[in-house]
Write a new protein. Structure first.
Ligand SMILES: Nc1ncnc2c1ncn2[C@@H]1O[C@H](COP(=O)(O)OP(=O)(O)OP(=O)(O)O)[C@@H](O)[C@H]1O
Length: 870
């Protein structure tokens, strides 16, 4: 009785020992990874690590020696066969301690506390195995004595290692701080965007698909944000909780149709899990039936019919058709909601955001926002089923054969994953280099082709050919280097899988020969192998995939969490414009708090009058218009339109009242007609034509081969600077705005055309409060109020004549432009546009142009250094 109890206890211990140690070790690591995000006190000490690594390796070596002894005895004594629990114990122990040794080798700062707990648990359990399993027979043979000696030595090693790691844990607790391995973010060292290499780096899971440096650089900022969030939350759970604001984008709350699709996908996924087992099983059943009735002319029709049904159901022609149909609406739903939300968010953000971000980054945020959908899709419909398939595979092969089959699959899976992960790590650097060289080649190629003219002028074709040849050679070398390791790695991985498959097949054949398994089970195993293999193949890449998708989702999250710096105040009212009086009261503004851009601007633009802003470049003229348009909010002071503070009205109503001609107008790549109409979407063709006539561009447009239907190219590149500005003026005219803002609206036109445009401006600005920023003072000399802005301050103000009389900065500007020194002379000669009569027709414009030409004194543009004039 006591012997039976002892044997049972030993069996339980054999199964439990490696499992308990593994659970303890992995649970502490997983909990640490998820919760203990804040750096714990850790010391990076090679001596300590190598000491414990040496001890652990010795433990594994002893276990291997023990397994070798067991194998030798099995081969030598035909009547002896090791107990199943003992074999499981040995194999699992080697795997567990082998994994711990690999972990120690890879990690510069091991978790000593976890290791101490694992060694201590192993010590207690192994001592129990030693005591309970001790053979009282004094005549025990050499193998038993050797096994006992090995187990005793191993127990001493457990004792020594638990003491060492306990000591290191205590030393760390009172010692200096280093980054906790489990506390590193998923995305590598976010501080520099590079993968982790040292203890102070931040990374546990390999970087995402940053297969080239450019990509890595682009991800730098987003990884930094991710790191900050992770540190702020202190753990991954808190970090991931932030993503819940994105859930409405992928979860079809109010869309019954998409919910139904989701249910169909879920159902097919569950069905897949069953059929993965049922199809090979049915093949086995048919084989067994056929074996029984072989030569008798009997067909197992029923079994074959079931197999055919299963095979059809699981094929792409079966329920997977439903799945494919259901997936499309799901994808389209999430695409529409994610892309639409991201786009609206970007468009709603303020100018500071848009000037900081490059458009490529913004487009990426929309494109890669799909990463969120892919992430959920991957976790729910790939990773989840993969884990289930693996668990089912273990259970099913155990049911079909025995625990040894299960062990072979476990060893194959672990070994394959480790080899795959290692080779990916090794090949990543080479892959990056290959992509980098490839980009260099493409850059050289593009540069050379686009600079063909320069190359021809300088007669450097041979040099360019050599340069390109060198780039191509570098690509080939880098590609060879990458593929050599890649082929070797994939060969090794395939060899591991093949070895696993051969082993299970051999074992199955042995079982059949022993009569403990049927031929059908061998067929089932072979047919089922694909299902076993696929989770093993995918496991290695899963972490990488998740980490890449997390970066993409993070980008979307950051975008949606960004709030506009200029937005409607709560209870903002609609702007009501009456006469159009604009008051700047003590307005201060700065792009950067360290450097004020506008300082205490105070002035009033009277209704219907024109205020001109002149002065040195970079003085703050355009900024004054930007704060009026509320691209930015003033830091202090106020801007009022007809007595209403522009911060208290809605942005929509505010921006509705302006007609702007910006410094650098940009057009859409559509026809000129549509480009002008963009200013007022309901304008008729006739109104567009009239606006263009008034902007002196109508005849020019008609001279284009396609007239108003001519495409203007990306941002209007097919138009000259002057044409571009006149189209922008036509837009402003078409809007019929209440307030007009002209920011160097004629900077790119020649003086002759400018004279024509002046007439157009008179039409546009007549009776409207107008702000004009101009460098050519001739264009603003009739302004009702001229403000000379220098370094963000109004240094002079008045009409043209008043400012000339002041003989200050304005006069110096004026002198410089006209090239004359005597004020009176200047005043007389530059009177280019005194006739404010409105012109109606092209002929009138033409004659106005002629008369302006006659009066044109060729006023040069002031682009020089204003300081030099002082
Ligand atoms: N988005 C921005 N971020 C930071 N600084 C800016 C930004 N835009 C303009 N500035 C700076 O603000 C100052 C005023 O610029 P602003 O464009 O208003 O000058 P300006 O008088 O219109 O010059 P110009 O006559 O050359 O157009 C300049 O020093 C400029 O470098």
């Amino acid at each position: 009785m006591a012997t039976i109890r002892r044997a049972t206890a030993l069996t339980v211990l054999h199964y439990a020992t490696p499992l308990i140690v593994f659970s303890l070790y992995s649970t502490r690591r997983i909990v640490g990874f998820c919760l203990l995000q804040r750096p714990a006190k850790r010391t990076e000490s090679k001596k300590a690590r190598y000491t414990v690594l040496g001890g652990t390796t010795a433990i594994v070596a002893i276990q291997i020696a023990q397994a070798a002894l067991c194998l030798t005895r099995t081969l030598n004594e035909t009547a002896w066969w090791p107990a199943e629990d003992y074999v499981v114990y040995l194999v699992l122990s080697i795997l567990v301690w082998g994994s711990i040794a690999v972990g120690l080798y890879d990690s510069p700062t091991p978790r000593w506390g976890t290791l101490c707990a694992s060694f201590s648990a192993a010590l207690v359990l192994e001592l129990a195995v030693l005591v309970i399993g001790a053979d009282p027979d004094p005549n025990k043979d050499g193998t038993v004595r050797a096994t006992f000696a090995l187990e005793t030595t191993r127990s001493f090693l457990y004792l020594a290692m638990s003491t060492c790691s306990g000591f290191f844990a205590i030393r760390d607790h009172f010692g200096k701080t280093a980054a906790d391995e489990e506390s590193r973010p998923l995305l590598g060292n976010a501080r520099d965007g590079s993968p982790s290499k040292t203890a102070t780096d931040y990374a546990t899971i390999p970087e995402g698909d940053d297969s080239d440096e450019d990509e890595s650089d682009r991800n730098k900022g987003i990884k930094e944000k991710q790191r900050q969030r992770l540190e702020q939350h202190g753990n991954w759970i808190g970090y991931l909780r932030d993503f819940k604001i994105l859930l409405p984008l992928v979860w079809p709350h109010h869309n019954r149709k998409v919910q139904a699709c989701l249910a169909v996908i879920g159902a097919t996924m569950i069905a897949d899990r069953f059929f993965t087992v049922l199809v090979p099983r049915q093949l086995g059943i048919i084989t067994d039936k056929l074996t029984m009735v072989a030569g008798k002319g009997i067909m197992p029709y029923h079994e074959i019919a079931v197999w055919l049904l299963y095979s059809w159901l699981v094929s792409p022609a079966g329920y997977n058709i439903l799945k494919n149909f259901a997936e499309l609406p799901m994808q389209q739903y999430s695409y529409q909601s994610i892309a639409g939300t991201a786009f609206d968010q970007i468009m709603s953000l303020s100018m500071d955001f848009h000037t900081d971000k490059n458009s490529g980054e913004l487009i990426r945020a929309i494109d890669q926002g799909q990463g969120l959908h892919d992430l959920l899709d991957f976790v729910c419909f790939s990773l989840g089923p993969m884990v289930i398939d693996l668990a089912v595979a273990f259970g099913y092969v155990y049911y079909l054969f025995d625990v040894y089959m299960m062990l072979i699959i476990l060893v194959t899976g672990l070994f394959y994953t480790w080899v795959a992960a290692k080779f990916t790590q090794i090949s990543r650097g080479r892959q990056r280099n290959w992509v980098k060289q490839w980009r260099t080649e493409s850059r050289v190629q593009t540069e050379s082709i686009s600079n063909w003219q320069t190359i021809s002028y300088l007669n450097n074709a041979i040099y360019e050919s050599q340069r390109y040849g060198t780039a191509v050679t570098a690509v080939n070398t880098a590609q060879r280097s990458y593929f050599s390791i890649y082929y070797f790695g994939s060969g090794l991985q395939s060899a591991v899988l093949l070895l696993g498959r051969l082993s299970v097949s051999l074992l199955a054949m042995r079982r059949i020969s022993q009569g403990t398994a049927s031929i059908g089970s061998f067929i089932t195993l072979n047919a089922y192998w694909t299902a076993i293999q696929s989770p093993i193949l995918n496991a290695a890449g899963s972490f990488r995939r998740i980490s890449t998708l997390l970066i993409d989702s993070e980008r979307l999250l950051q975008l949606l969490r960004t709030t506009a710096s200029v937005k409607d105040a709560p209870n903002a009212s609609t702007l009501r414009v009456g006469v159009g009086k604009i008051e700047f009261e003590d307005v201060c503004f700065a792009y950067d708090d360290r450097k004020p851009t506008l300082k205490n601007l105070t002035f009033t633009a009277e209704p219907g009058k024109t205020v001109a802003l002149v002065g040195e470049t970079g003085g703050g003229k355009s900024t004054t218009l930007k704060v009026l348009f509320r691209f930015y909010d003033v830091k202090s002071g106020s801007i009022k339109i007809d007595g209403q503070d522009i911060r208290s009205v809605t942005l929509e109503s505010l921006r509705n009242v302006f007609g702007c001609v910006p410094q650098d107008p940009s057009l859409f790549n559509i026809s000129i007609l549509e480009n002008v109409r963009y200013a007022r979407l309901d304008a008729t063709d006739e109104e567009v034509h009239n606006a263009c006539r008034a902007a002196s561009i109508h005849d020019k447009i008609l001279s284009f081969p396609d007239g108003y239907e001519s495409k203007v190219g990306e941002r209007g590149v097919k138009l000259s600077g002057g044409e571009l500005q006149r189209v922008a003026i036509a837009r402003a005219i078409l809007r019929k705005p209440k307030i007009v803002l002209l920011d160097e609206a004629t900077s790119m036109v020649d003086t002759g055309t400018e004279a024509q445009i002046q007439k157009a401006f008179e039409r546009l600005t007549s009776g409207r409060t107008t702000f004009v920023v101009a460098h050519r003072l001739s264009t603003i000399q009739h302004a009702d109020l001229i403000l000379v802005i220098n370094d963000g301050e109004i240094v002079e103000r008045g009409t043209h004549d008043e400012l000339l009389a002041l003989n200050g900065k304005y006069v110096r500007l004026w002198s410089k432009q006209s090239g004359k020194t005597r004020t009176a002379e200047i005043s007389h000669s530059v009177d280019v546009s005194t006739d404010s009569t409105l012109i109606e027709t092209d002929d009138e414009i033409a004659s106005a142009c002629k008369s302006d030409h006659d009066g044109d004194v060729g006023v040069p543009r002031l682009d020089g250094d204003f300081d030099s004039l002082r």
